[in-house]
Design a protein around this ligand. Structure first.
Ligand code: GLC
Ligand code: GLC
Length: 649
């Protein structure tokens, strides 16, 4: 059976009965042209998941109407952007791109205030701003906004949708891309759909996974991972009002949506298009690994989860082709890769690089990093990594056990060591971190903490240890330097750029104290930004360090932007003869080459100059110091935590 032929007949029928009279002539033409181009794929995906249901065609027709309305509601400026991005689809591979993720309230504190921070973003070189969830959410604990009660309403403490649109276009005018969250695995229990379900409406009860007793939940739980065991055991919550068990992968107030129901797919598509039409350049697909449930599996990374995301991607291509998807799959590295495709997610977080940078900092060794990156760094040329060091969540040690085994590392013991090291339970550790989500059944645990505290700044400042402070800053620069140079969009986590320490105040807040991730959700105040911008002077060691961190990051970002090699180039991970060193080679189609060599140890290290042979020149220049490095027989010396960005002469 040829799906292409079937989809053609299907589309003709749907179009014959779809009213396009609300669209301008131009929009109607664009819409039909894009539908013709992408409908075969959409049809294929949709029928793959829903084809066995008797009313599949009915829902598909409804979906086309939702897409039509999406086109109708898209503003002219965004349609213009669609055309520009269709001509230059790979903007996200450009060396100019540098991202920052922040909470509106921790930096604004409102959307309008955030507009005043545009000069700050620009001074650092930021071209991509991810605003953490800002939608209406339950008062008190809302999982930092990741429990959404209304996708079309901004949390009133932050502003309104109008303010958000204003900010989106102000950012766009300054060449800054806005990234918003698409939290589609679950809604809060206060979303209108959940409320209707609670009121007993069958239609909306089918939007979620509800069970009369524990029989089926027990069957699923055999193979499920517990995400937040510190707040509730298992993945289901008993709801007194419904007298039913609700599937709640994350917190009890976050109800998983039931994607086996095509009505849910359609309804959430409509919400997604609303977010796209606000003026976002990318949508961050929150917790996308969890959207499909299959008995007997861990219900993560299921084949149909991929098919559904591809179907969402088709919808976006039809209505808002300027918008790309960013995958937030914090899972096994092999599974992370499967979401990355131009027809699925064009961008993806790189949790493996993130975790292994921290691993190398703790062990001072690079073999796990090198081996893992050799295996997993390379992705399709049409896509790009979003490389980060810290974010608003915990650090999970998601490396591949098999790769660790090849190196003789016992994965279980090693994770135990990393947790001990970063939570101050390991003698001699420089880090001040906090354990997160300790699982009493299997001892599993993850780590929270700010960049600066995990790199040793907190302890060093307290002890007034100048060498310790210097080492901490060098560690921070080493990690960020790699995200700036290895290939992909570097994503700064706001408060890192001014080296803020852990914020323990959450421990006194009833709605936060059970969730230690709040230790690394830190305000960047006007005092911080004024200091960073040089409008005030530092008055103590903490402030002086903060300014130093900001200036050093800004300098590296500036260098990144001056050289095309940091953009569309290949990355080859190299072996070195020193197990404290990590190296990679970038190469672009014009034959330019960049060699990066990093020392993860607090001692000087040397490596054979043979690495320089990859540059194929007699000499090269270190972009970070301006120094010329000659090709000769003596070993190459790296200072403690030094990185070299060597551009072939
Ligand atoms: C993502 C978010 C995290 C949230 C979870 C559930 O992992 O980053 O903060 O708790 O999804 O929405
Ligand atoms: C999940 C991740 C988990 C992460 C959590 C948020 O998506 O799999 O590792 O910690 O979200 O905290």
């Amino acid at each position: 059976m040829s799906y292409a032929a079937d989809s053609g007949v299907c589309l003709d029928r749907i179009l014959a009965s779809t009213d396009l009279s609300g669209l301008s002539k131009k929009d109607a033409t664009t819409f039909t042209r894009r539908l013709k181009a992408h409908f075969p794929r959409l049809f294929d995906k949709y029928t793959h998941v829903y084809g066995h249901q008797y009313d599949c065609y009915f829902h598909l027709q409804k979906l086309v109407e939702i897409l039509r309305d999406g086109v109708k509601n898209r503003k002219p400026a965004l349609k213009k952007l669609d055309n520009e991005r269709l001509k230059n689809p790979f903007w996200y591979r450009d060396e100019q791109q540098v991202g920052m993720a922040c909470y509106v309230d921790l930096m604004g504190p409102t959307l309008n205030d955030l507009q005043d921070k545009i000069p700050y973003f620009k001074s650092l070189g930021v071209t991509y701003v991810h605003l953490m969830p800002l939608y209406d959410a339950p008062k008190g604990d809302s999982d930092g906004g990741y429990a959404v009660s209304d996708y079309r309403k901004v949390n009133p403490t932050l502003g309104t949708v109008k303010d958000l649109e204003k900010l989106a276009s102000a950012l766009q005018n300054e060449g800054i891309n806005l990234v918003l969250d698409f939290v589609f695995n679950h809604t809060s229990d206060e979303h209108a759909w959940a409320k209707a379900a609670l009121a007993g409406e069958k239609q909306y009860q089918n939007y979620y996974y509800l069970f009369d007793d524990r029989t089926i939940p027990n069957q699923y739980e055999h193979t499920l991972r517990e995400i937040f065991p510190q707040v509730r055991r298992g993945s289901f919550t008993f709801n007194e009002q419904l007298e039913k068990w609700v599937w709640t992968t994350f917190n009890s107030f976050q109800w998983d949506l039931n994607y086996s129901n095509p009505e849910v797919f359609n309804a959430i598509t409509s919400e997604m298009l609303f977010l796209a039409n606000i003026g976002s350049a990318a949508l961050r697909l929150d917790a996308l690994a969890f959207i499909w449930k299959e008995l007997g599996t861990n219900c993560e990374n299921q084949e149909k989860a991929h098919v559904l995301i591809q179907a969402f991607n088709c919808c976006l291509q039809i209505v808002a082709p300027a918008v790309v998807f960013k995958s937030e799959a914090i899972v096994h590295p092999d599974e992370v890769l499967k979401y990355i495709d131009k027809d699925e997610c064009q961008l993806s977080y790189n949790p493996l690089l993130m975790a292994l940078l921290w691993n190398s900092l703790a062990t001072r060794k690079t073999r796990l990093l090198t081996r893992s990156m050799k295996k997993s760094f390379s992705i399709s040329e049409n896509c790009t990594w979003v490389n980060y060091v810290r974010c608003h969540d915990d650090i999970g040690w998601t490396f591949d056990d098999a790769v660790a085994n090849e190196l003789g590392i016992n994965a279980f013991d090693h994770r135990y060591f990393l947790n001990q090291f970063y939570t101050g339970r390991f003698e001699g550790s420089f880090a001040n971190g906090v354990p997160f989500a300790e699982n009493p059944s299997n001892g599993d645990c993850r780590v929270c903490g700010s960049l600066a505290s995990l790199c040793g700044l907190e302890g060093a400042l307290k002890a007034n240890d100048l060498k310790g402070i210097d080492d901490a800053v060098k560690r921070m620069m080493l990690l960020y330097g790699i995200t700036f140079s290895i290939g992909g969009i570097p994503l700064l986590y706001s408060s890192d750029e001014v080296g803020k320490l852990n914020d323990y105040s959450y421990r006194f807040d009833e709605s936060k104290k059970h969730d230690d991730r709040w230790v690394n959700r830190i305000a960047v105040t006007d005092e911080d930004t004024e200091l960073a911008l040089g409008n005030t002077s530092p008055s103590n060691a903490t402030e002086a360090t903060s300014l130093r961190v900001f200036n050093e990051l800004r300098k590296m970002i500036g260098i990144r932007k001056q050289h095309a090699i940091f953009g569309q180039s290949t990355t080859q991970i190299l072996d070195t003869d020193n197990h404290h060193c990590f190296a990679f080679l970038r190469e672009n189609s014009e034959g330019h080459k960049l060699l990066v060599i990093c020392n993860f140890s607090e001692h000087s290290q040397s490596t054979q100059r043979i690495l320089l042979a990859t540059l194929k020149g007699a000499s090269s220049q270190d972009l970070l110091t301006g120094e010329t490095i000659e090709m000769n027989a003596s070993p190459l010396l790296l200072k403690p935590f030094q990185q070299m960005w060597l551009l072939a002469n």
